[in-house]
Design a protein around this ligand. Structure first.
Ligand SMILES: Cc1cc2nc3c(=O)[nH]c(=O)nc-3n(C[C@H](O)[C@H](O)[C@H](O)COP(=O)(O)OP(=O)(O)OC[C@H]3O[C@@H](n4cnc5c(N)ncnc54)[C@H](O)[C@@H]3O)c2cc1C
Length: 522
């Protein structure tokens, strides 16, 4: 069957970036069709039932990176977005010991007077650096060596922002930005709990331990996006992350976009050297003036487009884009609240970390380098039912945890390793919340290989590909496709493989739409 509906743009994938892109284009009057392979929109930002009556944010669990002005621009509140909780606290757990509320001056002073003095200065300085970096995240990356006024201007503006930090801050920024997080937090603080929590923040979602070069960059990346999210940062959407992407879908359809789920794209078609439309798994062909892919770079270029349309150098660069995830997700259905011993109910409804020291996090990473899972992994835990009881049957609870590190392909395969890894995870949780195992009603463990299959992300990587200096900014995902346009005319990228990277942020989707609007006149 052949359908030529005269679409201005087809978006492959309804992840949050695809939906932001669709909404932005449709609001500008473009005829937009979104094709999603799965049975629901949202990509890695979805709410799913994992046991009868128990629902959870199945991939991303906390909203802390979407700029407040994008939420306003797309009027997501009007489209149904509500928050169960905002400005969530972070607590570092200690098995059998006193937890540490991060950023609480009193709690920090009880642990270390020196750290209590150092924290406000460190926090303020990193927030200044984060605001600088946000300017770089928010705008499309400039191209090098083009001589174009817009690229020169963007680079100049970056230099100016850096200079405006002032001499002392500028020097400090340049000193630390290439460093590893382990050295930074060890220089600044003496408390293991604080060092561990900050180290985990630096590497959450990455394939790095805190001693890897560039992990101050990934820490600043997180803080930069949070700085634009405003006072709401670290928020839990009511109904889970799927409620956010449902609101984005409503914003897109209200502006005129059409969204089809269960519509897997198997091929991006090319005619006269430009993208001309797509072919679905059903054989249906759909034509469009532009094709914008929310799928990761490897899937887009190597599977959907095909290497025959690309030069060999470009294909090699895409092939080398490092995209093996080492993050797993654990969901537990519980018959009562877990006893993490954090005191105030607000803390239990916040973000709970198991990362008792920077060395602990580094050791946890070591195993994944050799295809092994960590027996003492680091956790980012939420108990979303504290703030949003409707996610579980009355009186029951959900525990959702991002766990590091789990290899994409363990030596003995996940079939053999799944149960031992699950048992190890439950053992660590039991040590921090005694009685947890006796309250278990159901479990779900998503390994990186499961995440790849469930969310159709090559390697199951949180960012679609490592956030490292050689895969960042002007070279993300690869030179030749770093400003949303690709070597094939009419084909664009709009997902986390693009600058600025992953996290539920929406910037890549919005910038891709702006690029298409600037290039393709009506
Ligand atoms: C376990 C885990 C935990 C995370 N936790 C957080 C968190 O707490 N906070 C946070 O901000 N970020 C978190 N992230 C990162 C965040 O979820 C992702 O970076 C982000 O969702 C990527 O969004 P995207 O729209 O670019 O791509 P995706 O969400 O990957 O969406 C891509 C979409 O394209 C579709 N697609 C792919 N191929 C095809 C095809 N051939 N045809 C049609 N459709 C196709 C997919 O089905 C998918 O819907 C987490 C990620 C993971 C994996």
């Amino acid at each position: 069957m052949s359908t030529v509906a005269g679409w201005d743009a087809i978006i492959v994938g309804a992840g949050h970036n695809g939906l932001v892109c669709a909404a932005t284009l449709a609001r500008a009057g473009r005829r937009v069709l979104v094709l999603e392979a799965g049975d629901a929109v949202g990509g890695c930002a979805v709410t799913r039932e994992f046991a009868p009556g128990f629902r959870v944010s199945a991939g991303a669990q906390l909203l802390h990176q979407m700029p407040a002005e994008l939420v306003e621009e797309l009027r997501l509140a009007t489209h149904g977005l509500e928050f169960a909780a905002t400005a969530l606290p972070t607590t570092a757990l200690a098995a059998g010991g006193e937890p540490l509320a991060i950023g609480d001056p009193g709690a920090l002073a009880r642990r270390s007077a020196a750290d209590a003095r150092a924290w406000p200065l460190y926090d303020a300085r990193l927030k200044r650096f984060a605001r600088l970096l946000y300017g770089l995240l928010a705008a499309p990356a400039p191209r090098l060596g083009t001589g174009a006024w817009s690229d020169t201007f963007a680079l100049g503006r970056l230099g100016l922002r850096l200079r405006l930090l002032g001499r002392r801050d500028m020097r400090e920024f340049l000193r630390i930005v290439g460093m590893n997080a382990y050295d930074l937090v060890s220089d600044e603080f003496e408390s293991d709990a604080l060092r561990g929590a900050l180290s985990l923040d630096a590497v959450l979602g990455t394939n790095f331990g805190p001693r890897a070069p560039g992990t101050v960059l990934t820490l600043l990346y997180r803080l930069a996006a949070e700085s634009a999210a405003g006072p709401r940062a670290l928020a839990q959407p009511k109904g889970g992350m799927g409620a956010l992407t449902a609101a984005l879908a409503r914003a897109a359809t209200a502006a005129g976009a059409v969204i089809r789920t269960m519509a897997p794209v198997t091929r991006i078609s090319v005619s006269e050297d430009r993208a001309a439309g797509v072919v679905l798994g059903s054989g249906e062909e759909i034509a469009a003036r532009s094709v914008i892919s929310n799928a990761d770079a490897k899937t887009t270029f190597l599977t959907l487009l095909g290497a025959e349309y690309l030069d060999t150098g470009f294909v090699r660069r895409v092939d080398h884009f490092r995209s093996r995830g080492v993050t797993a997700k654990l969901h537990l259905a519980l018959d009562r609240l877990p006893a993490f011993g954090v005191g105030a109910p607000a803390a239990l409804g916040g973000r709970l970390l198991i990362a008792p020291s920077a060395d602990y996090v580094e050791r946890a990473w070591n195993h994944s380098k050799y295809g092994e899972w960590s027996a003492s992994p680091a956790f980012e835990i939420t108990v979303p039912t504290v703030n949003d009881p409707a996610l579980a049957p009355a009186g029951r609870h959900v525990l959702s945890a991002t766990v590091q590190y789990a290899p994409y392909a363990p030596q003995r395969g996940w079939e053999a390793e799944r149960q031992p890894f699950l048992a190890a995870l439950l053992g660590v949780l039991e040590a921090h919340a005694p009685g947890l195992q006796s309250s278990l009603l159901a479990t779900q463990l998503l390994t990186p290989a499961d995440l790849e299959r469930e969310f159709r992300v090559h390697g199951g990587h949180w960012h679609h590909g490592d956030l490292a200096f050689d895969q960042f900014y002007m070279v993300r995902p690869v030179p030749g496709a770093a400003q949303h346009a690709t070597p094939v005319a009419g084909l664009y990228l709009c997902g986390a493989s693009c600058h600025p990277g992953g996290g539920v942020m929406g910037i890549a989707g919005r910038n891709a739409a702006r690029r298409v609007l600037a290039e393709v006149s009506r």
